[in-house]
Design a protein. Structure first.
Lengths: 209, 209
């Protein structure tokens, strides 16, 4: 299969959720046009992205929603439950551990990890907080694949190193620091998102006022 | 000024933070090469992005960090404090309201809003929870510019509509639903980031095993 650009992967995940919602609404068939309207993405872009995986749609008939969901499940690797840990049991880490969206999408939060021994042993949203010393054993025993980093930026690289050493295969990084690892990393950068927003607000005011 | 593509804006925000860190380390001058190494972005990309705003660097000397930070501050609109509200005082909303990164980057969380009257009047990290009924008046009186949406997906569009009606100028959307508005929207989509990660993990395994 040819190499798929990263923005296309993000869009595939968006298509997946859009299709789930269409199915919830009782629909069986959809079109790139309908998805385009809902997502604010061009229909030709949607057709192009889906074409990376072969043709799914029939001209004039559209896409069978169940079939497309099944294929996207395979492609995105969400057909199995992924075990996830959260490193950093601060406010954000605890909120993420209890976040409905993560569970709904087939991810299981197996444990939280922290270095604060006062937190260790307590539970948040039914998930136990464990000490970082236990990370290596836990990841191996439980088959944890993903670590979500919710530690302060000063500890981010260290935490990523420990996760990688423990055998975690991918990192979702909420800390505002670029981390380096030999495994895939996705960054959720709230400060960057806010700055991107203020940039657009300023431009817009310049245009309209 | 020519139109700047959105991914470039996100990178500018990353450069901003990289430069802040270099300054913290006591440096006065940097180069696109040094920034490239830290950020994992190609040096030529960095030079191209910065060239949208005229030439900052001197060949063989590099960029003066203070000057570049000042220019980026103007460009990104972070030279002034932006008043922000959080809509939805659930776990995630409360964590975001207390998130260090947001304050450090010059954003002020003015209030949280919720429809749950049991929460209204209480404080989280020193920030008061107000009722959605007060949104319009508060936004006008306080000059709130940005709303961070941390509501369940079912309420996301409604909350966005109310924010826009109240006079908010931009929305940071944490809910996993595409919302529509006539003001700029940035999406922080945790489920999409996780799926993008699982996609990469699967591909990688296919390649190496």
């Amino acid at each position: 299969m040819q190499k798929i650009p990263k923005p296309a992967v993000k869009r595939l995940a968006m298509y997946y959720r859009c299709l789930e919602r269409l199915r919830e609404e009782g629909k069986e068939v959809t079109s790139s046009k309908e998805m385009a309207q809902r997502l604010g993405i061009k229909a030709c872009q949607i057709r192009k992205d889906l074409s990376y995986f072969g043709e799914f749609g029939k001209r004039g008939i559209g896409y069978n929603i169940d079939n497309l969901l099944e294929r996207l499940k395979e492609i995105l690797g969400v057909e199995k439950a992924w075990k996830v840990i959260v490193i950093g049991a601060g406010n954000l880490g605890k909120a993420i551990a209890g976040h409905r969206v993560i569970k709904e999408q087939g991810f299981e939060i197996a444990a939280l990890f922290d270095i604060d021994r006062r937190k260790v042993g307590t539970k948040v949203h039914g998930v136990e907080i464990k000490h970082m010393d236990e990370l290596g054993d836990f990841v191996k025993k439980e088959g944890v694949k993903i670590a979500i980093l919710c530690v302060p930026k000063e500890s981010a690289q260290n935490a990523a190193d420990e996760a990688e050493k423990a055998g975690v295969q991918g990192i979702l990084n909420f800390s505002p620091r670029v981390i380096k690892a030999n495994i895939p990393i996705e960054n959720v950068d709230i400060a960057v998102a806010l700055k991107s927003l203020t940039f657009q607000i300023i431009r817009r005011k310049g245009k309209h006022e």
